[in-house]
Design a protein around this ligand. Structure first.
Ligand SMILES: *[C@@H]1O[C@H](CO)[C@@H](O)[C@H](O)[C@H]1NC(C)=O
Ligand SMILES: *[C@@H]1O[C@H](CO)[C@@H](O)[C@H](O)[C@H]1NC(C)=O
Ligand SMILES: *[C@@H]1O[C@H](CO)[C@@H](O)[C@H](O)[C@H]1NC(C)=O
Ligand SMILES: *[C@@H]1O[C@H](CO)[C@@H](O)[C@H](O)[C@H]1NC(C)=O
Ligand SMILES: *[C@@H]1O[C@H](CO)[C@@H](O)[C@H](O)[C@H]1NC(C)=O
Ligand SMILES: *[C@@H]1O[C@H](CO)[C@@H](O)[C@H](O)[C@H]1NC(C)=O
Ligand SMILES: CC(=O)N[C@H]1CO[C@H](CO)[C@@H](O)[C@@H]1O
Ligand SMILES: [Zn+2]
Length: 710
């Protein structure tokens, strides 16, 4: 079904690091000594984006790889008895900084300036080389033997050094460096095979989606669908030289039809077609899934794990597959009664509308939307009057001032990659500069969609003892200004708060080593700093700050109350939906091969308690579940982390809520134990240090109205 849509608004924080000093080198070209410029390798601040011309990119990245390789070779030349933390582990941490830094610059330009083709071309040209270089880093035997030597003699190192040694060692173990030759070959082979199978899976899905179109000639049949979507269907038809309207199975086309179209026949037909995708014929994914699961199992076993879920979660906060499935099961049990209560409500509503209370799978999105409109009458758009760019950012910065005492200062002298980009310095109470951030808020031709934050430059300790200052970027695609004024809806404000949370994780870091710094943390932990910030956008006290900036009125009580009522609408349904994906993800990787059941029977059995009682039985979504099967790992055995991260942030936010949402003592705990720590300690330990105990996962249910209030 519609996995792509409801799945998190995530912003993929790049897990990369950076810095170094290298501006100009003298190179011999055709026997003439020429001064070559390498703007992508230039580490000076501020970054001069004018200099980052596409024609330098390929050459510079190649040079970065060469420099990395040179440092790697130096490490390899160290005699085993001379291996030390500094000359092996720290040097290894440092070796890739120059490459990561230059690639990040190029990636920002590709994501935000794709209107300039040359950046994309340059990126396409260097990417395979960079990927290959990075892939081989953690399987090198010589370096591993040196790392292992340091690992075995780590008692006298300080805490951060030990952590870096352990994490580096684990990276090599995961890369298979500890295996014998034969197993190592098998591992490489399996990795290749899985990668190919997942590629085939994606291609099948793309091709199967492309194969189907629905041509509707009579506009009346599209009743209920918003005009702008109907325009899109019309344009699709025109592009294909057809009459009327064309709906495809691509999510932006399919989903609005399923959600809004009053005509049941259309919804039914689309649903059935979607549900059949990749289940038969030449694009059948059934066998591929079987093979991917089998090979992942072998891969995990080679590395000494019981199954793939244990391998994937080993270094995450959840720690093992058993904990992950228990987490899902427990939430499920708590939500189930609410879930069925909502089902009854929905059936009742359907009966009111059409006299029949039999729920069909193609009804759910439609009646949920209709009931929402009728019962709540809440429109995100009403907020635009109160949320201007000035008021939202004024409010956001004021919140950070109250929490952490820091201020954001616009510096117009510093230019980004486009005139819209704004650069801020973030300043500590005592006046010292913490770091900087580029905000790039509006869509433009070729800009990547969605919203994301990235550590453009990671902070770490230089060899002379000074810290490199971090640089973050925050990119969004919010509605651009009309007549010079940007007006946001609530969703867009939430997005900005979310990304700002990642930003503070990037900026507040105090880690000495690049690969442990900032947002380089466990996958099921990285969304805590960001998601928690969304909560301030629901708090009266916080929203009232907005109206102190820009010329806007405070949000009326009526609108505020409507927002809260709508917030938890059908929350058991949405929670259960995410849980069901987490459930089948873990189950298929843990128990399918030994179950003796067919794919469909297995999934049916595992997810039946996570579904409404439909009149018509349909296939499972497993054959289009891209998150699990489109990459070597991707979200496989990681889907639980959506709910996991939400549960933690709910629990963390309760701590604020109980003590005041601007309580500086709680904020300070959050900053020192989480935001400044990067991956200095395992995530569960960081969390306990902040909260004084393990997370209480029921906080999520309380927040969603799925538990009695405390
Ligand atoms: C470069 O110089 C070497 C001798 O120093 C000469 O043999 C070679 O032909 C020269 N190459 C070019 C391209 O001029
Ligand atoms: C950035 O580089 C351009 C091109 O080299 C140069 O003209 C400009 O003065 C530089 N800007 C700053 C602020 O240094
Ligand atoms: C770190 O890397 C840079 C090149 O990227 C190099 O100049 C520097 O010497 C390295 N530092 C250490 C401590 O290895
Ligand atoms: C999973 O981890 C927990 C600790 O978080 C541990 O108590 C449990 O034994 C582990 N289970 C398995 C099957 O490894
Ligand atoms: C340390 O190195 C950085 C960059 O390499 C330089 O900017 C800074 O001035 C140096 N600090 C000291 C105290 O030498
Ligand atoms: C902040 O929270 C602490 C508990 O950690 C509490 O003792 C203190 O009174 C709170 N401060 C304010 C201003 O509410
Ligand atoms: C008050 C509240 O519950 N707000 C939000 C807190 O943030 C999460 C996202 O992590 C939202 O889902 C909540 O609605
Ligand atoms: Zn995020």
């Amino acid at each position: 079904m519609l996995l792509i849509i409801e799945v998190f608004i995530c912003c993929v924080v790049a897990q990369l690091c950076n810095t170094n000093t290298c501006t100009e080198r003298t190179e011999k070209v055709n026997n003439k000594t020429t001064k070559m410029e390498h703007p992508f390798l230039d580490q000076t601040v501020p970054i001069n984006f004018t200099k980052l011309k596409p024609e330098y990119a390929v050459n510079d990245i190649n040079e970065a790889i060469r420099q990395c390789q040179e440092q790697i070779n130096q490490i390899k030349n160290i005699k085993i008895e001379e291996a030390s933390f500094e000359n092996v582990v720290r040097a290894f941490d440092n070796a890739t900084i120059i490459l990561d830094d230059s690639m990040l610059k190029l990636e920002v330009l590709v994501s935000c300036r794709s209107d300039i083709d040359e950046y994309r071309k340059a990126h396409e040209e260097v990417l395979p080389k960079v990927t290959e270089f990075r892939a081989t880093l953690h399987s090198d035997e010589i370096i591993f033997s040196l790392v292992k030597k340091v690992y075995e003699n780590k008692e006298n190192l300080d805490y951060d050094q030990k952590r870096l040694v352990e994490e580096t060692y684990e990276d090599f173990i995961e890369g298979g460096a500890n295996l014998n030759k034969e197993d190592k070959t098998k591992l490489v082979e399996l990795k290749k095979e899985i990668t190919q199978l997942t590629k085939d899976f994606s291609n099948n899905l793309v091709d199967a989606v492309d194969e189907y179109t629905m041509n509707v000639e009579d506009k009346n049949k599209l009743e209920g669908i918003p005009e702008n979507i109907i325009d899109m269907y019309k344009k699709e038809a025109e592009d294909r030289k057809k009459e009327g309207y064309i709906i495809t199975l691509q999510v932006p086309s399919y989903f609005p039809a399923i959600k809004y179209c009053k005509n049941e026949e259309i919804r039914k037909e689309l649903f059935i077609q979607y549900n059949k995708l990749c289940s038969e014929g030449k694009f059948d994914n059934t066998k591929l899934i079987q093979e991917i699961i089998e090979k992942r199992q072998k891969y995990a076993e080679l590395l000494g794990y019981h199954d793939f879920s244990d391998l994937v979660t080993k270094r995450r906060m959840v720690k093992n597959g058993t904990n992950a499935i228990e987490f899902i099961n427990q939430l499920h049990d708590k939500v189930q009664s609410f879930f069925y209560k909502e089902e009854e409500e929905l059936k009742e509503f359907k009966k009111e509308k059409c006299g029949n209370n039999q729920l069909e799978p193609w009804d759910v999105n439609y009646y949920i939307e209709l009931m929402k409109q009728e019962k709540y009458n809440f429109n995100e758009e009403e907020f635009r009057e109160y949320f201007t760019e000035e008021s939202v950012f004024g409010g956001l910065f004021e919140i950070y001032k109250r929490l952490y005492g820091v201020s954001f200062k616009l510096n117009k002298e510093i230019k980004g990659w486009h005139d819209d980009v704004k650069y801020y310095e973030v300043i500590e109470k005592d006046g010292s500069i913490i770091g900087g951030v580029y905000f790039d808020l509006y869509p433009r031709k070729g800009k990547r969609s969605g919203a994301w934050e990235e550590m453009l430059r990671v902070s770490y300790e230089n060899t002379n003892g000074t810290f490199i200052k971090p640089l973050g970027i925050v990119c969004t695609n919010i509605t651009p200004p009309i007549n010079g004024i940007t007006r946001l809806n609530h969703d867009e404000v939430e997005t900005i708060f979310h990304e700002s949370g990642h930003l503070m994780h990037t900026l507040f870091t105090k880690q000495r080593y690049a690969s442990l710094a900032g947002t380089n943390v466990a996958w099921d932990f990285v969304e805590l700093p960001s998601q928690i910030m969304e909560n301030w956008t629901f708090e009266r006290e916080a929203l009232d700050l907005f109206s102190q900036f820009g010329n806007v009125k405070p949000i009326p009580k009526e609108l505020f109350d409507k927002m809260w009522k709508a917030k938890n609408y059908m929350s058991a349904y949405y929670t259960m939906r995410q849980l069901s994906f987490g459930k089948i993800d873990l189950e298929i990787h843990r128990n399918y091969l030994t179950s003796g059941l067919s794919l469909d029977d297995f999934i049916y059995q595992k997810e039946k308690d996570y579904k409404y009682h439909f009149n018509t039985k349909t296939l499972s979504i497993i054959r289009v579940f891209q998150h699990l099967f489109s990459h070597f790992t991707g979200y496989a055995c990681g889907y639980y982390s959506y709910k996991w991260a939400e549960s933690i942030d709910a629990d963390a936010f309760e701590y604020f809520k109980e003590n005041g949402i601007f309580n500086q003592s709680i904020a300070n705990k959050f900053r020192t134990n989480i935001l400044s720590m990067g991956n200095s300690k395992p995530a569960d330990e960081l969390y306990r240090n902040f909260r004084g105990r393990n997370p209480d996962f029921t906080a999520l249910l309380r927040r969603a109205g799925l538990l009695e209030k405390k």
